[in-house]
Design a protein around this ligand. Structure first.
Ligand code: SF4
Length: 257
């Protein structure tokens, strides 16, 4: 749904904190995470169920970077306040970038425009984590984004039913930022579906790095892919798109948020 002009002064937030990026191209970097509420799809392995609905609720804001002491406030939150919280954490210690995550941040692309403008003026690099399905919304904020980590969804893993054509539109729209792509793989991954997805990436952007991410069991997903399957999926991916690596969710290995 398109936000009205009066709604754009506030944004639905789940949490804001300073943490260690555990996935993909920026793994290990310190970031300010701005987790927005609302997602347009439902993946069976989603580990952020509390961030799936864009509706009034309670957001938690870390008081000082890395302390895990929180203020709780009502969401939606005025844009200027969100920018102030991010800026305070950013200044507590050197950060690589601000990670816009969720949920699906692009659900609120209209509300993000002014916020991202202010963050960019403050000198903050912006990294977008997205499910790669909302190309028209991406175009609204593209000028402020430095990095994009796009999920490429496999129905045999997430059961979300995202079409490859939606991902095609997104990749084609993503001109400017440094793009990388993450593909969650699970015990039931269809190797042919994986190969078709990476053929699409190779045909559009052979330069882009792809990260195969073995699923971390959560909720109804109780099984990770076994070591032999990870090797064979990696082999199948490399034969189509040589710039493919395997990186698990490192933040979970070290018990970070
Ligand atoms: S796209 Fe991300 S936030 Fe949305 S349901 Fe899937 S894993 Fe969860």
């Amino acid at each position: 749904m398109i936000d009205s002009v009066s709604e754009r002064g506030v944004i639905f937030v789940n949490e804001v904190f300073s943490g260690i990026q555990g996935e993909g191209a920026l793994v290990g970097e310190r970031q300010v995470f701005l987790r927005l509420s609302g997602c347009n799809i439902r993946c069976v392995y989603c580990d952020q169920p509390e961030a799936l609905v864009k509706a009034p609720g309670i957001a938690r804001l870390e008081c000082r970077a890395g302390t895990r002491r929180w203020d709780e406030v009502r969401s939606p939150i005025p844009i200027e306040r969100v920018v102030g919280v991010v800026d305070r954490l950013w200044r507590d210690l050197p950060h690589h970038s601000v990670s816009l995550t969720g949920g699906e941040p692009l659900m609120q692309a209209g509300r993000m425009e002014r916020m991202l403008e202010l963050m960019t003026v403050a000198g903050q690099r912006i990294s977008l984590e997205t499910n790669g399905t909302l190309a028209s919304q991406l175009k609204k904020v593209l000028r402020w984004i430095d990095y994009v980590s796009m999920d490429l969804k496999l129905t045999s893993v997430d059961a979300a039913g995202v079409s490859l054509d939606l991902h095609r539109q997104f990749i084609e729209a993503c001109e400017g930022p440094r793009l990388s792509i993450k593909v969650v793989i699970g015990a039931g991954t269809d190797v042919n579906e994986l190969a078709r997805a990476l053929e699409l990436v190779e045909s559009l952007r052979s330069d882009v790095e792809v990260f195969l991410q073995p699923v971390t069991p959560f909720g109804s997903v109780t099984q990770a892919p076994d070591p032999g399957l990870v090797l064979s999926l990696h082999e199948a991916a490399l034969r189509v798109h040589p710039r493919t690596r395997v990186v698990p969710q490192c933040h979970k290995l070290i018990q970070q948020l």
